[in-house]
Design a protein around this ligand. Structure first.
Ligand SMILES: C[S@@+](CC[C@H](N)C(=O)[O-])C[C@H]1O[C@@H](n2cnc3c(N)ncnc32)[C@H](O)[C@@H]1O
Length: 207
């Protein structure tokens, strides 16, 4: 189905959020795996994707990395907006599969990497040639958000552009940000406890 804020694209998603989340959380937890973040386009990712599509002039010709990509919506939006390449990165192997399926569904070419790249310096490894990093909804756990934001600010200091999409998660930064856009994103009541979340797209500053 098309994500509510990004009707230009389609994703393989769970139809009933609660049932799938509950079932897979139980099963995956037993196997030591994370819950199925890849099965839904989160508000932060939708906001970033919307921004990329609406600002194609800022995306065209750039090499984009979608960090914590989940189903890969922001990476798909980057390619559709004219990026020369887009890499979707996530630590979850199920996310990598979802990204491949979603890329095929939309007829768009997205590179897929299953890895923890937090700490990778600008210009090296998967970041070679990347000049725009986007991250949708990655500030939901304290330890992860702290490490990720420190790393992302380092990338900004090295000259990369970093965009965050965030619907007011507890561990989102409150300083060192430039607001680029604000969206009302429809959300599943079962997952978010509300049917709409105000979601900001920020440009991260070095400090
Ligand atoms: C809430 S989901 C957001 C997914 C997607 N960006 C969206 O907005 O729909 C957060 C994602 O971050 C991924 N993640 C968590 N820690 C990560 C890490 N160290 N490196 C890469 N991805 C990570 C999770 O596996 C999950 O898919």
């Amino acid at each position: 189905m098309p994500p509510p804020l990004v009707p230009e694209l389609r994703l393989h998603t769970a139809e009933e959020a609660t049932d799938l989340w509950q079932a897979t959380e139980d099963e995956l937890n037993a196997a030591g795996l994370p819950p199925p973040f890849w099965a839904f386009p989160w508000a932060g990712g939708q906001a970033v994707a919307r921004w990329l599509l609406d600002h194609a002039g800022d995306v065209r010709g750039r090499a984009v990395l979608d960090f914590g990509a989940g189903g890969g919506l922001a990476a798909l939006a980057a390619v559709k907006a004219g990026a020369v390449r887009a890499v979707a990165v996530d630590i979850d192997p199920f996310a990598a599969t979802a990204q491949r399926l979603n890329a095929a569904l939309n007829g768009l070419a997205v590179e897929v990497l299953e890895a923890d790249i937090v700490g990778t310096p600008a210009g090296s490894g998967v970041l070679a040639g990347i000049d725009l990093v986007v991250a949708g909804d990655v500030c939901y756990e304290a330890a992860m958000a702290g490490q990720v934001l420190t790393w992302l600010r380092g990338l900004v200091a090295a000259g990369l552009t970093v965009l965050l999409g965030d619907p007011g998660r507890t561990f989102a930064p409150t300083q060192g940000l430039e607001e680029l856009a604000s969206y009302q994103v429809p959300t599943p009541l079962a997952l978010e406890d509300r049917t709409m979340r105000t979601t900001l797209v920020w440009r991260l500053l070095a400090s």
